[in-house]
Design a protein around this ligand. Structure first.
Ligand code: UD1
Ligand code: CA
Length: 456
């Protein structure tokens, strides 16, 4: 007996009004389908089959390396028809879980419950009670509370539409059942589709046990058919993450203005100001401050780091006691050693900034290695690009670069060297030397400013 998971993802998602297939729409930075695949993987199934169809090339291109088997449904004739495409791959002894690519937050705990209570005979349905069940399949029960069927909204009577108990689009049963039931599906319904939900009728006729399994939280089985539903789910997820961080010793100054689109590991006594966005994998040490309107993507940060407002930092490693910003941009490949300081309107790219070195104002440092206690004056530019290739700049310990200097790479500035302000440096500068390239200042004696005509 093997566990197999089928994920339905062939639909277009008409109600999204989008050129992007619905299951590629991101929730917390990750396509909905990826959430579902990851939840399935936790169950360690023998196979995960994804039924795809609409915008298939786009989906396959995105999920090139996903550990799943792709099954094409050429015409989207309904959820029952979609599952039927997988029948040739099933053995009667298999257990099967069916998930929807548009129900992204399903938890692996609920899925585990679903299989734990499964017997060869049974049909297990994930259900919930919704305040607003509009658009969803309603659970019909008899007077003994036994499940009798699922009625789609479009096929429901006025009275059935008042039912608040809904089917989540997720079920588990044996492959033997599916092999017997699916060929019998009809499409005599409002949408002329082969509804998977019709198998409930067959189970009732065969007297098979039908179990309704309540999801732990209704949000985890919230399906996404519209952008509004996607955003509601996004806000729910974000608030949950914010609460989790607060409970582990992080201060989020406003939990409703924090977005986690990836993974965040945080130390203690960290303060995260409003409108911070975390992407990819980010780690933050102890006693750090992250200023408002900051984006951190794939950043590793040690203790006592201060990021002031409005910084964008990507793929950067920051040692302890660094200060960055406000308005700094650190691009991929940046590395800041202990106590380094990056000030306002500074861009750093693929550069190592040594311990206690300072780049305080309006500078571009790209493809460079700075030693310790280097001082970069305002408006310094590493001219790293000759139009064809990138070149490196090396600046030794304690060097002082005067303001408004251009360092034309490849170039080396020695330890304790000084560059006079306004210089264009094209040759290496030896240690301890002063180098200047600016034009000598002149004083023109008795010079008079021009005066407007007619005013003499
Ligand atoms: C479905 C259920 C409904 C349930 C709801 C929960 C049916 C008939 N209805 O309705 O009872 O309350 O989910 O969210 O099953 N798909 C295919 N191929 C198709 C049609 C759909 O792969 O031919 C996929 C879609 O991409 C989607 C999933 O199946 O991921 C569900 O289809 P959708 O059209 O969204 O069904 P709902 O109307 O939401
Ligand atoms: Ca749906």
């Amino acid at each position: 007996m093997a566990l197999k998971v089928i994920i339905l993802a062939a639909g277009q998602g008409k109600r999204m009004y989008s050129s992007l297939p619905k299951v590629l729409h991101p929730l917390a930075g990750k396509p909905m389908l990826q959430w579902v695949i990851e939840a399935a993987q936790v169950l360690n199934p023998e196979n995960i089959y994804v039924v795809y169809g609409h915008a298939g090339e786009q989906i396959l291109a995105f999920f090139q390396d996903a550990p799943v088997q792709w099954i094409r449904q050429t015409a989207q004739l309904g959820t029952g028809h979609a599952v039927a495409q997988v029948l040739p791959y099933l053995n009667p002894e298999d257990e099967v879980i069916i998930l929807c690519g548009d129900v992204p937050l399903i938890s692996s705990q609920t899925l585990a419950l679903l299989t734990r209570q499964l017997t060869q005979q049974a049909l297990n349905l994930v259900i919930a009670k919704f305040e607003n069940p509009t658009g969803l399949g309603r659970i019909i029960r008899d007077e003994h509370s036994q499940i009798l069927g699922i009625v789609e909204e479009k096929d429901a009577t006025e009275q059935q539409r008042t039912i608040r108990e809904i089917y989540a689009g997720i079920l588990a049963t044996s492959a033997a059942n599916l092999l017997r039931w699916l060929p019998k599906l009809s499409h005599a319904n409002a949408q002329q589709e082969y509804y998977l939900t019709e198998i409930v009728d067959f189970a009732v006729n065969e007297n098979r046990p039908i179990n309704g399994i309540f999801a732990k939280r209704p949000e985890e089985i919230q399906g996404v058919n519209t952008r509004s539903q996607l955003i509601q789910l996004e806000r729910y997820y974000q608030l949950q993450q914010a609460e989790r961080l607060l409970s582990t010793g992080v201060t989020l100054l406003d939990p409703t203005r924090f977005d986690l689109r990836g993974e965040l590991a945080v130390g203690q006594d960290v303060i995260i100001d409003v409108n911070v966005i975390i992407e990819g994998k980010v780690t933050i040490g102890n006693h750090c401050y992250i200023g408002p309107n900051t984006v951190l993507k794939n950043v590793q940060m040690a203790d006592h780091v201060e990021i002031l407002a409005n910084c964008v930092i990507e793929t950067t490693v920051i040692a302890s006691h660094c200060t960055i910003g406000p308005f700094a941009r650190l691009r991929p490949g940046s590395q800041l050693a202990q106590g380094a300081k990056i000030g306002n309107f500074v861009e750093i790219k693929q550069a190592t900034i040594g311990p206690k070195s300072k780049v305080n104002h309006l500078s571009y440092i790209g493809d460079a290695t700075l030693g310790e206690q280097v001082n970069i004056g305002a408006g310094t530019i590493t001219c790293n690009y000759d139009g064809a290739n990138k070149h490196h700049t090396e600046i030794g310990d304690h060097a002082f670069i005067g303001s408004n200097s251009q360092l034309v790479a490849p170039v080396k500035i020695g330890e304790w060297a000084t560059i006079g302000a306004g210089s264009t440096i094209t040759k290496d500068v030896p240690s301890g030397q002063l180098s200047l390239s600016r034009v000598k200042q002149q004083i023109i004696p008795h010079w008079q400013r021009p005066v407007k005509k007619g005013k003499e």
